[in-house]
Design a protein. Structure first.
Length: 355
């Protein structure tokens, strides 16, 4: 064998040996434990909680005549005032128990009549209505809206027509909203279709606030700062007395006339949350027809929550509402609810007694 042949032989042997070693290494590797591979697994994303915004509490404001909470901008349409008869033949009156404010005034013969006002709760019918008197324009002008009555002396009607209030007069253009009921004798039987009348003049603005109110009855001025009182005994004339009795069960004052309960058509006593007694002068310039002097000032008593507070009333002009202040000149706040205003004469047999 030549030298070259021997070299080629040795080269083949070396190559075969290296191949065998490689195969052995692969076999050994396949039998060894696998080497773990470190991996990083990102954490699962946490769910995002959806937080709903808390609903906004609806904005409320005090009703301009009653002080109860109503939605802001929710009072629409005119207040309806009416000259309500208080002759015994007119009782029980229709819808008076649902009035927001009632003014009681002296008329001829020592009797009284009402200017009652509805806005928050207008009944289908109210009445009986009677004729206008010379102090009524001063009472109604600040309320605006509509005034319903059965007529009156032309000089007094003209005074009311001169106000900004729409006049709905029995026998006039709005007579379609009035009728005589067979349940009472004339002239104590003119009934007003109140809801229809208000709807016919819905474009007239809502009334302006007439009193200051607190949202909580216990925070009303008289309830918070007054002295305990069972109510009032009032006289409009020697023949006409009125009683207001605090009733803790209902949280209001029950009304009596001449010592007897004053009731609505269901037999329930008429009641009020606030009773405002105003001492007034009487102008006798119209002969036998007394005119309550509304422009001026004087003594007043406010009853709320079983307590009474002495106050001062002021009304600087026909257009201004009745203003009530305490001894420090601070506005009196009433409790939410119905208010009766008793315009008691300082003379002519009128008197105020706080029980």
């Amino acid at each position: 064998m030549t030298i070259a042949a021997r070299r080629r032989a040795r080269l083949r042997v070396a190559v075969l040996a290296m191949a065998a070693m490689a195969l052995a290494g692969c076999a050994a590797s396949s039998d060894a434990a696998p080497v773990p591979i470190a991996t990083t697994v990102p954490p699962a994303p946490s769910p995002t909680a959806t937080v709903e915004p808390a609903p906004e509490a609806p904005q409320t404001v005090p009703h301009p005549l009653r002080g109860t909470a109503v939605p802001a901008g929710g009072v629409a349409g005119p207040a309806l005032s009416a000259k309500i008869d208080n002759h015994p033949a007119a009782r029980p009156q229709v819808g008076l128990e649902r009035a927001d404010v009632v003014f009681e005034e002296l008329v001829e013969g020592g009797l009284t009549r009402y200017v009652a006002v509805w806005s928050s709760d207008i009944p289908d019918e109210i009445g009986p209505v009677r004729s206008i008197r010379p102090m009524d324009p001063d009472i109604v002008e600040p309320l605006g809206g509509v005034i319903a009555y059965s007529g009156g002396q032309q000089r007094f009607v003209d005074m009311m027509l001169a106000t900004s209030v729409h006049n709905a007069i029995h026998g006039g253009a709005d007579d379609r909203f009035m009728h005589r009921t067979s349940g009472k004798a004339a002239p104590h039987n003119v009934i007003v279709s109140a809801r229809e009348l208000v709807q016919a003049y819905a474009q007239i603005p809502a009334p302006a606030p007439q009193f200051a109110f607190t949202s909580m009855p216990v925070a009303a001025s008289a309830a918070a700062y007054g002295r305990s009182s069972a109510g009032f005994d009032l006289s409009f004339s020697p023949r006409q007395s009125r009683q207001w009795q605090w009733d803790a069960g209902s949280g209001g004052y029950l009304r009596g006339q001449n010592g007897a309960a004053d009731t609505d058509p269901s037999g329930a006593p008429l009641s009020a949350t606030n009773v405002v007694v105003v001492a007034v002068d009487i102008d006798w310039a119209y002969g036998e027809i007394p005119r309550t002097v509304m422009i001026g000032s004087g003594a007043a008593w406010i009853a709320t929550g079983g307590k009474v507070l002495e106050a001062t009333w002021t009304k600087p002009s026909r257009e201004a509402p009745l203003q009530l202040t305490n001894a420090h000149g601070v506005a009196i706040h009433l409790a939410p609810g119905a208010t009766w205003v008793e315009l008691v004469p300082t003379g002519s047999g009128g008197s105020v007694s706080v029980r």
